[in-house]
Design a protein around this ligand. Structure first.
Ligand code: NAD
Ligand code: IPM
Ligand code: MN
Length: 349
């Protein structure tokens, strides 16, 4: 019996709706395996912030450090200025726990899910390894002469050798295990300092992985190729900002935001699993949210905790539900969020 303590951060909007399905499915998985999960919920998000003024306290962070993994829905609420909850909760967790790898698989299950024509599941099967603690997200910068016509706003892109090296090395290791190719996606033709560092580190670390085929693409061409020739990608490593953008595109080519998964990994510490999508205020509270991304995030969590076979059970059930059309409206089905979760529990084996 392996027992895990999981911290739940349902968050805002559709976050709680999809996390509830993840919990149901993990509880069902516990019944049919030797895994056991203890859940504790942390009510972080807009309501907590609006009623207490607090985003996440140092004590809460200390509590979270004792969990085996964190499972997050989404944060962001129209009542709160954009960025406050996103920075104050999500990015704070990623940075405080040094979750320096963001794993975002892009995989097409059935041809009919992709908006791309003549594109089959063999064509779309890639993994984006996104740097998750630096770049334009580091929070370095400031205003000069704010609220005047001469205002200057600076947002610096931070790239440390340490930060770039560890994410590139992780990506090479991953590509080596898959006997695959590693594509570096950057903008070295313009960012002559920041992405010169990425280029040099990519080549240097590559010397340790002679079996991994190397490849490079500029980020603008990346978006074009993801649409036109997605089959050329295997493992892709990129900076924080580009990784954010190309994985929404990745989500769409595999069938939509309801399907895309994100693992914020600290290989030496606590990791956090979440859907790529946000709190979707446009559909929150209507039972329309697709729980698939959250369920696949739960599967990734189970895998990272060391249980590949059990993770596969969730993936298989999710895939079978999608194939059978037992899905939410966004995927052409008729089920509510909760019914979709129940269906997956019913076929989990
Ligand atoms: P979003 O991902 O929330 O929604 C984009 C579109 O996709 C919407 O039309 C939404 O209805 C749809 N969608 C998203 N998830 C879906 C699902 N599971 N099932 C069906 N449809 C789904 O992005 P947004 O609208 O740009 O952002 C909304 C809020 O979420 C903002 O406050 C943003 O900052 C925040 N956000 C949070 C996270 C996170 O916490 N990880 C990620 C992205 C955005
Ligand atoms: C994501 C989100 C976050 C990001 C936001 C909400 C801070 O878009 O997880 O993709 O930009 O990383
Ligand atoms: Mn994003």
């Amino acid at each position: 019996m392996s027992e895990y303590n999981i911290a739940l951060i349902p968050g805002d909007g559709i976050g709680p709706e999809v996390v509830a399905q993840g919990v149901k499915v993990l509880e069902k998985l516990a019944q049919i395996s030797t895994l056991n999960f203890n859940f504790q919920e942390f009510p972080l998000g807009a309501d907590h912030y609006l009623s207490t003024g607090e985003l996440i306290s140092p004590e809460t962070k200390q509590d979270l450090a004792d969990f085996d993994a964190l499972y997050l829905g989404a944060v962001g609420d129209p009542r709160v200025k954009p960025g406050v909850l996103e920075h104050g909760i999500l990015l704070d967790l990623r940075f405080s726990f040094d979750m320096y790898i963001n794993l975002r698989p892009v995989k097409l299950l059935m041809e009919k899910f992709t908006p791309l024509k003549d594109t089959s599941p063999e064509d779309i099967d890639m993994l984006v390894v996104r740097e998750n603690t630096e770049g334009l997200y580091a929070g370095s910068g400031g205003f000069l002469k704010k609220d005047t016509p001469q205002e200057v706003a600076v947002q610096e892109m931070i790239n440390t050798y340490h930060g770039v090296e560890r994410v590139i090395r992780y990506a090479y290791e991953y590509a080596a295990r898959k006997e695959g190719k590693l594509t570096l996606c950057d903008k070295c033709n313009v960012l002559e300092y920041a992405h010169d560092l990425w280029q040099r580190v990519y080549k240097k670390v590559g010397e340790d992985f002679p079996a991994v085929e190397q490849d490079h693409i500029l980020v603008d061409a990346m978006t074009m190729k993801m649409v036109r020739n997605p089959e050329i990608f295997d493992v892709v490593v990129t900076c924080n900002m580009f990784g954010d953008i190309i994985t929404d595109l990745g989500a769409e080519i595999q069938g939509g935001m309801g399907l895309a998964v994100s693992g914020n990994i600290n290989p030496e510490g606590v990791s956090m699993f979440e859907p790529v999508h946000g709190s979707a205020p446009d559909i929150a509270g209507e039972g329309k949210a697709n729980p698939t991304a959250a369920l696949l995030a739960a599967a990734m969590m189970v895998e990272v905790l060391g249980h590949r076979k059990e993770a596969e059970k969730i993936e298989k059930a999710v895939n079978n539900a999608l194939t059978a059309g037992k899905t939410t409206e966004d995927m052409g089905g008729r089920l509510s969020t909760s019914e979709a979760g129940d269906y997956i529990c019913s076929i989990l084996e």
